[in-house]
Ligand binder design. Structure first.
Ligand code: AMP
Ligand code: MG
Length: 318
């Protein structure tokens, strides 16, 4: 199992999914495609299984994990929902939105999953493969991105293999992921206040408008760092200096282009959604290139652009 040098990659067909479910039930760790990025899944109710995620990723253990469930009913066994969180869950699930809510009393969850916090992060993913796996598991799955901690998130089975080969039990290959960026994380608190802890495919402006009567987030007095301790400044690192808002590459730079600014890897000529879906692939290419530095074109901050800029600023932080 996790000690082997080579990790098997299998197609995400019925046979592959059945194999993944068997490994997960026994407490193993499996990379599974979701609509955001590939996740590294383990059963969230067993401490030994969850510990394997931290070991394989080299993830700091103060960094809690998102728990993936098959539907709202299953989510309610683990988190306390109120009117606001029910509305958001009802409207956005399945989808790329994670809800942080108070953890339910006696929730059958390994302590390491919440890192001892009084809250739990829950999501119903919208990807046929991850959903098929969850349908067949009678336990929820903790699943952070399937990469070594601090490095670029994987949007293909090949990315997972390059990062975690020999450290995990199986990779389910379901092709390239759709959204390409990690889920938006939204905290809703018992006092009715809310806050986006991590920008993502579902924008803050849309959430404010749709669920909070246009009220803006009211978390200013709260310490988002404490609430979402995993949001480290340096993250998604390609291992080379990254220069943002570049209009033209210098001679030693691999250029990531957008819009009218062309590049060695093009995010998109006009679509921020396409740019989000391609971001990590371009970052992987830039990391693998012979050029020692990376430059990235300006990205507008509208909609999912805010999430792209969040990830880019972390990739550029040292
Ligand atoms: P990921 O690395 O995509 O698995 O996202 C995990 C992030 O979700 C963590 O770094 C936290 O910021 C956030 N998170 C997970 N669990 C919790 C929790 N119980 N309370 C607050 N934030 C959480
Ligand atoms: Mg990650």
């Amino acid at each position: 199992m996790s000690g082997k040098n080579v990790t098997e990659v299998v197609p995400a067909d019925a046979e592959g999914i059945a194999k993944a479910v068997r490994i997960l039930a026994l407490g193993g760790i499996v990379a599974v495609p979701t609509e955001t990025v590939y996740g590294l899944a383990a059963r969230a109710d067993k401490a030994e299984a969850v510990a394997k995620i931290y070991a394989a990723k080299g993830r700091p253990d103060f960094n809690p994990l998102i728990v993936h469930v098959r539907d709202v009913d299953q989510a309610k066994r683990f988190g306390e929902f109120d009117g606001a969180s029910e509305d958001v869950a009802g409207g956005e699930w399945p989808g790329p939105l994670t809800l942080v809510v108070p953890v339910a009393d006696n929730a059958p969850i390994a302590r390491a999953v919440t890192a001892g916090l009084p809250s739990i992060a829950l999501r119903v993913p919208n990807h046929a493969v991850m959903r098929a796996v969850l349908e067949k598991c009678d336990f929820p799955l903790a699943a952070p991105s399937a990469n070594r901690s601090g490095f670029i998130s994987p949007t293909s089975a090949a990315h997972v293999k390059a990062s975690l080969d020999g450290r995990i039990d199986l990779i389910l290959d379901g092709g390239a992921t759709q959204a390409g960026l990690e889920s938006t994380i939204l905290a809703i608190r018992a006092d009715g206040t809310w806050q986006v802890l991590r920008p993502g495919p579902v924008s803050e402006a849309y959430l404010a408008e749709t669920y909070f009567g246009g009220r803006s987030a009211s978390g200013a007095e709260l310490n988002a760092k404490l609430e979402a301790p995993g949001q480290l400044a340096s993250h998604y690192a390609p291992g080379k200096p990254v220069r943002l808002n570049a209009i033209e590459p210098r001679a030693d730079e691999f250029m990531i282009g957008f819009g009218a600014v062309s590049g060695d890897c093009m995010l998109s000529e006009h679509s921020l959604e396409e740019a989000a879906a391609r971001l990590y692939d371009c970052l992987h290419q830039s990391a693998a290139s012979a050029k020692p530095r990376i430059a990235v074109a300006p990205i507008p901050n509208d909609g999912v652009g805010a999430a792209i800029n969040d990830r880019l600023s972390r990739a550029a932080a040292d």
